[in-house]
Design a protein around this ligand. Structure first.
Ligand code: ATP
Length: 236
């Protein structure tokens, strides 16, 4: 297990003629669950996407530690709105394995196990387009987990889920953290953040406002913006 994972050095992302994130400098360690928090439009999704390599950085640098290379070779992203393919649930989950040349029978067998692990209790022969929002999210999580990722990004993974499904997802994430999966995720669910986070990155208007271990952040947030956000007030 690595002790440090990634350092952002004055990273800025500009889109449409304006800065949407940055400049941000921060360092993330190599273990546990980092929770990106902050109001709508704070830049959480953009930050996660940039870390996953989906967004071009306009200036500054993202330095991955030498030891983090092994993590990066096995990374996955669960999007807020799952990407759907015109396939059955089983074949959608199996898809990443099929892409890597795993035979259909073996890939489907593993896909069924992953569906079971995330509590996806539907017929796996169904077309994914017929799933409910929460079921689609679980399908997306199963599809990410089938690769047994070492580094997992999740953008509000339980935004569409009811309480029970949310807890099921949290148990799964807990389980993967315990197995050493490094998780970086975002949520607006403060209860979820308290339950899961090891450390918090709090953003506002594209800037990093605060970064702290979870207990310190929730017990004694330092910034007015974080205090307001945690109290459910409007963040100015
Ligand atoms: N491709 C883009 N072009 C222009 N602006 C963008 C682009 N992507 C994101 N933005 C803007 O950047 C800002 C940050 O967006 P982002 O989705 O990262 O925020 P967020 O913290 O994840 O928000 P939410 O909690 O609402 O999901 C927003 O103002 C958004 O409109």
């Amino acid at each position: 297990m690595v002790n440090a994972m990634v350092a952002l050095d004055r990273v800025e992302l500009r889109r449409g003629g304006r800065v949407i994130v940055g400049p941000i400098s921060l360092r993330l360690g190599g273990e546990g669950i980092t929770m990106a928090m902050g109001p709508n439009g704070a830049g959480k999704t953009t930050l996660l996407r940039a870390l996953h390599g989906l967004e071009r950085v306009s200036s500054g640098q993202i330095h991955w530690d030498e030891d983090a290379r092994a993590l990066r070779e096995r990374q996955a992203f669960v999007f807020q709105t799952p990407i759907l393919m015109r396939r059955s649930v089983l074949d959608s989950i199996a898809y990443p394995l099929r892409l890597r040349g795993v035979r259909r029978g073996a890939a489907r067998e593993r896909a069924a196990e992953c569906a079971e692990n995330v509590g996806l209790r539907v017929s796996l022969r169904k077309d994914v387009s017929t799933l409910s929002g929460g079921e689609k999210q679980k399908m997306a999580l199963a599809r990410a987990l089938i690769m047994d990722p070492a580094l997992l990004f999740l953008d509000e993974p339980s935004a569409n889920l009811d309480g029970r499904s949310t807890r099921e997802i949290e148990e799964i994430l807990d389980h993967f953290r315990a197995r050493g999966t490094r998780i970086v995720m975002s949520t607006h669910d403060i209860g979820q953040a308290r339950r899961l986070a090891d450390d918090v990155v709090f953003m506002h208007h594209g800037h990093l406002v605060e970064q702290a271990p979870s207990a310190a952040f929730f017990d004694a947030p330092q910034s007015q913006q974080a205090k307001a956000y945690l109290q459910g007030d409007i963040v100015i």
